[in-house]
Design a protein around this ligand. Structure first.
Ligand SMILES: Nc1nc2c(ncn2[C@@H]2O[C@H](COP(=O)(O)OP(=O)(O)OP(=O)(O)O)[C@@H](O)[C@H]2O)c(=O)[nH]1
Length: 345
């Protein structure tokens, strides 16, 4: 079949369908060696409105709505049922993903996937579908890439961002494909915030920044004073020394401080856990994003180039394109500066 396959994943509402739409529209504007025959597949049986030109729609085979109605299942059970049904009838999809390349253009598939994480991690449905596609349907080995959409408005919140990265990591592990994280909805954040995220070197750094913000701005005054008192509390002996704080000697205060100390211990444990998780994300260099602003063609093109690069799409075309480009110095045999087209010794 040749071509390339972008497998678009990410949590519900992260912008997967919008990504497919703008990629399809952008590819239609490409010329020369970058032209391609873009075919978008909807693999989400629960999809509602789609704004792209859909070449294959799983809902023509089975939909969550119909399954809920006919089998009386809830939305999650119906989704799993639909995906298992698709798996059992995968020839339906294979027939529809036969090559449809026009002229010299290669097929370029964009697959809009369901967002539910359990389809990737708890049950290996998506992995099995993509494995069969890749290894049994004649696609070029290594031509598939997972594009994980992460909502850029999450960037304002370290916890959400870290959860998003963990989700990206689990799907990356589950699918074992080359993987690109795309920071969607770039038009909704000021450029400086996007830059701040892109300049992050690691998840640990993100977490450190969050901690600074907590200590500087977000901690309520009362909590800050309790924390100071807690520092007087001898945690090893579990004894509060009232002489350190003559104004608070009654039992109620001691009880309150004990409770606060327990809470503080738990908070520190959670922080240690988060720090270790950040270390894990750092080890897998997960904190790397390609920003996407759908209102900016350059931004869209940058994402496409990054994704193409991950699957080495069009590298043969580029070579052909360069040879055919008469305007480039050194490549036209009729030019005085023709260099033979080979590498310099
Ligand atoms: N401003 C802005 N809104 C966006 C962008 N991308 C998506 N949205 C909005 O975010 C919402 C969800 O976008 P979708 O593209 O449907 O997200 P999805 O991941 O396909 O959602 P599910 O199909 O529910 O998993 C919609 O209201 C979109 O209009 C974007 O780049 N900019």
């Amino acid at each position: 079949m040749g071509g390339a396959v972008q497998v678009v994943i990410g949590p519900a509402g992260s912008g997967k369908s919008t990504y497919c739409q703008i990629m399809q529209e952008h590819c239609a504007t490409l010329s020369g060696s970058r032209r391609r025959n873009v075919l978008v597949v909807n693999l989400d049986p629960a999809a509602e409105a789609m704004h792209y030109d859909c070449a294959v729609d799983v809902r023509d085979l089975i939909s969550v709505e119909d399954v809920m109605e006919e089998l009386g299942l809830g939305p999650n059970g119906a989704l799993i049922y639909c995906m298992e049904y698709l798996l059992q009838n995968l020839e339906w999809l294979q027939e529809r993903m036969e090559p449809a390349g026009e002229g010299d253009m290669q097929d370029y598939w964009i697959v809009d996937c369901p967002g539910q994480i359990e389809l990737y991690t708890h049950v290996p449905i998506m992995r099995t579908i993509l494995d069969r596609m890749q290894h049994q349907w004649g696609f070029t080995p290594g031509c598939m890439v997972s594009v994980c959409c992460i909502d850029s408005t999450f960037c304002c919140d370290a916890q959400k961002m870290i959860s998003g990265q963990l989700l990206a990591l689990s799907t990356m592990i589950a699918l074992e494909l080359p993987h690109i994280n795309v920071l969607t909805k770039g038009d909704l954040l000021p450029e400086r915030d996007i830059d701040a995220v892109l300049n992050l070197q690691s998840a640990s750094q993100l977490w450190d920044l969050e901690q600074d913000r907590t200590s500087l701005f977000a901690m309520p005054r009362e909590m800050a004073s309790i924390m100071t008192e807690l520092e007087d509390y001898d945690s090893n002996n579990q004894n509060f020394n009232p002489s350190n704080n003559p104004q608070k000697t009654d039992e109620t205060t001691q009880e309150q401080l004990k409770k606060q100390q327990k809470l503080e211990q738990r908070r520190r444990q959670r922080h240690r856990l988060t720090e270790n998780i950040c270390g894990l994300l750092d080890d897998y260099t997960m904190v790397s994003f390609v920003p996407l602003n759908v209102n900016d063609e350059e931004s869209i093109d940058h994402v496409l180039i990054t994704v193409d690069h991950a699957v080495q799409y069009g590298e043969d075309n580029e070579v052909r394109g360069v040879e055919a480009d008469d305007d480039m110095p050194g490549v036209n045999p009729n030019d005085d500066d023709y260099d033979g087209g080979g590498d310099d010794e």
